[in-house]
Ligand binder design. Structure first.
Ligand code: MG
Length: 367
């Protein structure tokens, strides 16, 4: 398989490179972050044809056979380049436009970038249909649902049940959250992930974004999407059918499994990381403890520009928190304030990008 990997320096990106190496796929194009030593390592090992970097680095003379492109426009060039599958492992709203470009270039999309569907689910779904490409989820919850509904009829689905570990503060009360530090928040019990998503897990916004994603990916109304606390992160999600049967997908907390499944188009291939079954615990979701999840449902149900407002204000607030500018609980306050104060409309792609930019500039200035 010819693969284009955006976000090759991130956590999902690195694990995707492991999968590409192990299963002899071909990395045709990728985007790499600021770490020059890491970029050099990836380029030397995988010898891609096209590489997107943040800025010029001097690699251009060193690798005359590689086409180097730069910045946000460079991401689009990689997405358009030749044929193959795009693995979108970019973090944040920057992932949206490359997905659109890749669909228009008739590439199948293996999607780890949540913002693509959260911000523009309706537009993306229309494009996917129009260009006849496949949208394959990499997120573990959506991979689980995808596996559970295989061979089932859509009208037989009663509800999707998305599991949530509870994040790094799951045992803390709201009073105990007042003075938590950035490093406390970054300490996730089950998954080793990037810092943005780890904070989103702690606020439960990550689950909220996943609910919106699931709504778009599987065409299920919000009223039929539930979340449940499951501290072990072994049951990756469940689907209940009209006869009250429930199918779940279980596995160790290893993102390589959903990556392999997506890259192989939903076909099983050998991979050895067996799960040793033990105790599993489930608890009803607590919306009072995790108000961000309620905000996400609200934004999802409103539709239009609302999920963009939700996502942009959250991204801005998480950045402020990670930079030590606001407290943990102020993340929620910023998101709530933005969601309480906007006028809804059905946006175009450009209007989505503009709203995203506007909200982030308001909180982050030129950062
Ligand atoms: Mg997930």
């Amino acid at each position: 398989m010819n693969i284009f990997l955006l976000g090759a320096s991130g956590s999902i990106g690195k694990q995707t490179l492991d999968v590409i190496r192990e299963y002899n796929h071909k990395l045709i194009g990728c985007s790499l972050g600021r770490d020059k030593d890491y970029a050099k390592k990836v380029i030397d090992e995988f010898k891609p044809e096209i590489v997107c970097l943040r800025e010029k680095t001097g690699f251009e003379n060193k690798y005359p056979d590689i086409k180097f492109v730069y910045g946000d426009e460079g991401l689009l060039e990689v997405s358009r380049y030749k044929n193959g599958m795009l693995v979108n492992a970019l973090m944040g709203s920057v992932g949206l436009k490359p997905t659109v470009e890749a669909i228009k270039a008739r590439k199948d999309i293996a999607l780890a970038n949540k913002e693509t569907l959260v911000m523009a689910g309706d537009i993306i779904k229309k494009l996917v249909k129009e260009y006849g490409v496949r949208l394959l989820p990499i997120d573990s919850e959506h991979s689980a649902i995808w596996q559970a509904i295989k061979g089932e009829k859509h009208e037989d689905i009663k509800k999707l049940i998305i599991t949530a570990s509870g994040g790094s503060f799951r045992d803390k009360s709201r009073d105990e959250l007042v003075n938590v530090s950035v490093s406390d928040a970054l300490n996730h019990p089950n998954w080793k992930m990037g810092s943005k998503i780890t904070i989103d897990s702690a606020t439960m916004m990550n689950k909220g974004l996943e609910v919106i994603e699931a709504h778009h990916l599987f065409d299920v109304p919000y009223e039929q999407i539930e979340t449940i606390l499951h501290q072990e992160s072994i049951v990756h999600s469940l689907v209940e059918f009209k006869d009250s049967s429930i199918k779940a997908q279980l596995g160790v907390s290893d993102m390589r499994m959903p990556i392999i499944y997506a890259i192989n188009g939903g076909n099983r291939v050998e991979y050895n990381n067996p799960l040793v079954l033990g105790d599993l615990h489930f608890k009803p979701m607590d919306f009072k403890r995790f108000p961000m999840l309620e905000y996400a449902y609200r934004a999802g149900k409103m539709g239009g520009i609302a999920p963009v407002v939700l996502n942009a204000s959250n991204e801005a607030a998480v950045t402020l928190f990670l930079n030590g500018k606001i407290s943990f609980l102020e993340i929620e306050e910023i998101v709530k304030k933005e969601l309480d104060n906007f006028e809804n409309f059905t946006p175009s792609l450009d209007e989505i990008i503009l709203m995203d930019k506007k909200i982030k500039e308001k909180y982050l200035g030129g950062e």
